[in-house]
Design a protein around this ligand. Structure first.
Ligand code: SAM
Length: 257
């Protein structure tokens, strides 16, 4: 059931090769027998607790879109930075593209001021364009406080993950996936959908937990076809485990009757 509803897609236009796996994994987007309306689950649907400088909210889809658009408008002029590998900052002398007035100012500032920039602190004597950049950036950032999930999602249940599905995850990743999968499945239940699209699914850690543990129908999309291949190999291994588990519990049920 869960494995049948797991699918993976590649958005990189590299011509994807799901080959054999197509047999066992239904591509949701092409199923014609499903009457169910495919709804997007807004992963950031939860109302963010307001904090310091953040002036946006994800309370509704419209507000979420507003936040996304404002973020895009903000980062677009700096594509020469975020489209480059960090090493290129040195090899391509990217600092030369930074506003000279900013550099002239910041190079004279004490470290105590510089380390406060990510928290949105500016100094009065800094160029106004620099102050604007820092405060806008800060107003777009996600709040850092931990949400009280029991309050926001009182019906949330978190499945503890077994060693097979967490293979390859370090303890931090496991913790994140465990919590996030609980949140997504709870939101999915609230909005009465069974289908989730995971954009930027990487090697499918979250997508597979949602599919195998929470029985959600997942479309996993990633721009890297390499990740798609790894995801499928991993999914096949996990599917074997869940199939065996299902078989065992059916057998036990029959034996009990
Ligand atoms: C941090 S990883 C995702 C981790 C994953 N969600 C998990 O559960 O482990 C981010 C992924 O986003 C993908 N990505 C980045 N830009 C993308 C885009 N424009 N479209 C689709 N995937 C993208 C990258 O290839 C990368 O695999």
């Amino acid at each position: 059931m869960s494995a049948d509803s797991y699918s993976c897609a590649n958005s990189g236009g590299e011509g994807h090769h799901f080959g054999d796996v197509r047999e066992s994994f239904k591509i949701m987007a092409t199923t014609s027998d499903s009457e169910e309306e495919v709804k997007l689950v807004y992963l950031v649907h939860l109302t963010m607790t307001s904090n310091g400088n953040c002036k946006y909210s994800c309370a509704t889809a419209t507000e979420t879109l507003e936040w996304i658009r404002a973020s895009i408008d903000f980062i677009n002029p700096y594509s020469f930075f975020w489209e480059s590998h960090v090493v290129n900052f040195l090899t391509h002398e990217l600092w030369k593209a930074v506003d000279k007035e900013w550099i002239d100012c910041l190079r004279k500032e004490p470290v105590e001021y510089l380390v406060q920039i990510p928290s949105g602190f500016v100094q009065d004597h800094w160029p106004s364009s620099l102050k604007k950049f820092i405060t806008t950036s800060s107003s777009l950032a996600f709040p850092r406080e931990q949400a009280d999930l029991e309050k926001v999602l009182p019906n949330m249940q978190v499945a503890l993950l077994n060693a097979v599905i967490t293979q390859g995850m370090n303890p931090k990743k496991k913790h994140e996936i465990e919590a996030l999968a609980g949140v997504v499945s709870s939101v999915a239940r609230d909005v009465e959908t069974n289908t989730v699209i995971d954009v930027g699914a990487g090697q499918g850690y979250l997508a597979q937990v949602l599919s195998f543990e929470y029985q959600l129908s997942v479309i996993a999309v990633d721009s890297s076809s390499h990740h798609g291949t790894i995801t499928h190999t991993r999914a096949q291994r996990i599917k074997k485990h869940y199939d065996a588990r299902k078989h065992k519990s059916r057998h036990a049920e029959r034996f009990a009757c």
